[in-house]
Design a protein around this ligand. Structure first.
Ligand code: GLC
Length: 593
């Protein structure tokens, strides 16, 4: 995919039609707020209108029909009992074609949304699990081709599932053509990245910044002689942050996204969304200008592919994540990771207490009606305890970090990294953090985590392997390319033999798989309405929340402790009664009004 190829296909008259659309005008209003003073802005708008016109013209009829069908229900992706599933393609099935051969597994779990982690062409060598993209217009050749991606999208659609992929929008690989053109002194790309010539200037910015990988990639800048100074690299040194203060960066990223939308991608996970805008003296996360960008992006994506959804990956405090939905009048992302609840869920298990979890679930309810949570237990990243720093005292976060970092608990996890003096985030597969399958309580703990997650308002996300209780990938330490990155601990290969075993009724793995299938089937039958209320039960270890139904309500009760609790008798612990929740038991029920 080259700029020239786009430009020759583009037609100015199509650009005029785009400019007549109210969505265009809303986007221009947003962009003018941040780019109004930029000398290249007017030219960028012209270029952008032409490119959007071309993308509209090129939208395949089948996808345009899907847009039309979904216009009646803009939140079409919110389907009861249809979870999302996330995996690395190579670790799931080797290739995109191999993945197509395993779609029955997803079907068995009633999956509605399939999210393969980055699959676009990465840089050679370490690419942060694919998050260092060298070409947004091509697939990683080890996984397949663009045609394979189109086929996967179509095969999923044929089975009533949707493909969502990552749009790594904050940075590119150093090897990306934009960076290479900058290095080759191409004036059109001079301003695509942020390069500071002066170390004192770097220090002035660094004062307010917080490292993401303080252990493996300290600092937010990397000295690069060919680039002529210190390049902004929030994550790894080979991941160059794009300079969104240059409107051309926005146009190119939009163009790349629309190209992929037209290849059949039905939703985008906007990677590291919090980091897009930089402003000296701030932590350079969640800045208002980032929200201008997202509001404009939502409008412009809607001009071409209105049914395509945007998922915010902003692993920040709840107060900082909520604005990523925007408002009903000025929408941003349609979905966001509910990382506050995920983090509190693990903390609740460590403490056997529901106080923080209940408060965080209640706070999550402050989202606007048009935005939805992606609820999850684990993902390919670490559990960042610090995301709850504004809600939970540091000592308690530290205790959670220790608990799951493998210190004096059943959990078999590892402590990852955190800025000096802060609790280190946690790594490990859910089954291992629950004690490992040889721990008699582990399956109950894992089921509890998913039993709560599936019951929450939003879309539940299943992380590959959790459906069969796959444990840590301990041998990442044997691979020199992986051993310094502890997150590989929870990035195992799919164990298809174990998945086959899970079909035999009596195994613990079958218990997990069957449980998830049952939850999903129940949700499909129940007609649960939006909203949820956390109820106080007077028992520290019990989480209870209700969700409205047309008549009555749905109740989820979870016992976070390792002892049975009788919900009727005050204070007594009994067994063998319908009112008793076993250790780590979850009960879903319906209550008439
Ligand atoms: C996101 C990804 C993470 C990656 C980072 C940089 O947070 O989930 O895996 O390291 O972005 O791209």
């Amino acid at each position: 995919m080259t700029l020239q190829a786009f430009d020759t296909l583009a037609s100015p008259s199509r650009g005029q039609t785009v400019k007549a659309d109210p969505l265009w005008r809303s986007a221009v209003t947003e962009l003018t707020q941040i780019y109004g003073d930029h000398s290249g802005f007017a030219r960028c708008l012209e270029d952008m209108a032409i490119r959007i016109g071309r993308a509209r013209f090129e939208r395949p009829a089948e996808l345009a029909a899907l847009d039309a069908a979904r216009s009646e229900r803009p939140d079409w992706y919110l389907r009861p009992g249809r979870p999302a599933y996330c995996t690395y393609i190579d670790r799931f099935a080797g290739t995109l074609r191999g993945t197509i051969r395993h779609l029955d597994h997803l079907k068995d779990l009633n999956i509605g949304i399939f999210h393969p982690l980055p699959l676009l062409k990465p840089r050679e060598g370490d690419s942060d699990g694919g998050f260092a993209v060298a070409d947004y217009g091509d697939v990683d050749p080890r996984l397949g081709t663009m045609d394979d991606l189109r086929d996967l999208a179509a095969e999923l659609r044929a089975r009533d599932m949707s493909l969502v992929i990552d749009m790594v929008c904050n940075h590119t690989a150093r090897e990306h053509p934009w960076a290479q053109k900058m290095l080759a002194a191409d004036p059109d790309f001079a301003d695509f990245y942020i390069v500071l010539e002066d170390r004192a200037e770097v220090d002035a910015w660094e004062v307010a910044l917080q490292d993401v990988f303080p252990g493996t990639a300290p600092g937010s800048f990397t000295y690069d002689a060919p680039a002529g100074g210190w390049v902004w690299t929030t994550f790894y040194p080979f991941q160059w942050d794009l300079n969104y203060a240059n409107p051309r960066v926005f146009v190119e990223m939009l163009d790349s996204l629309l190209y992929l939308a037209n290849a059949g991608v039905e939703g985008f996970r906007l990677d590291s969304t919090a980091f897009l805008w930089k402003q000296k003296g701030t932590i350079c996360r969640n800045l208002p200008q980032t929200h201008n960008i997202l509001r404009a992006l939502r409008c412009l994506v809607s001009l071409v592919a209105p049914s395509v959804f945007l998922l915010a990956e902003a692993i920040e405090s709840q107060a900082s994540v909520l604005p990523f939905f925007g408002t009903p009048q000025a929408r941003e992302c349609d979905l966001a990771y509910n990382n506050g609840v995920m983090t509190a869920l693990w903390g609740a298990m460590a403490d056997q207490k529901s106080d923080v979890l209940g408060a965080v679930i209640t706070r999550a309810g402050e989202k606007p009606a048009h935005g939805h949570w992606l609820n999850y237990v684990r993902c390919h990243d670490d559990i960042i305890w610090l995301a709850l720093a504004d809600t939970v005292p540091m000592a308690r976060l530290k205790a959670w970090s220790d608990f799951f970092g493998g210190q004096a608990s059943y959990a078999r996890g590892l402590a990852f990294q955190a800025p000096d003096g802060f609790p280190a985030s946690g790594c490990g597969m859910a089954a291992s953090l629950c004690g490992g399958l040889d721990d008699p309580q582990a399956v109950a703990r894992l089921k509890m985590l998913y039993g709560i997650t599936y019951a929450l308002e939003g879309i539940p996300l299943l992380y590959m392997g959790d459906e069969i209780g796959l444990e840590n990938f301990e041998s990442f330490r044997d691979d020199p390319a992986l051993r310094d990155e502890l997150r590989w601990l929870h990035r195992p290969e799919m164990d298809w033999a174990a998945a086959a075993q899970a079909l035999e009724p009596s195994s613990p793995r079958a218990g997990i798989l069957g449980y998830l299938q049952k939850l999903s089937a129940l949700l499909m039958r129940l007609d649960i309405l939006p909203g949820q209320t956390v109820k106080s039960t007077g028992r520290d270890a019990v989480l209870t929340f209700e969700r409205p139904m047309a008549s009555g309500c749905f109740v989820c009760e979870a016992n976070l402790s390792d002892v049975a609790i009788d919900l009727l008798c005050s204070g007594d612990i009994l067994t063998g009664d319908r009112s008793v929740l076993p250790p780590y038991g979850v009960r879903w029920s319906m209550r008439a009004l």
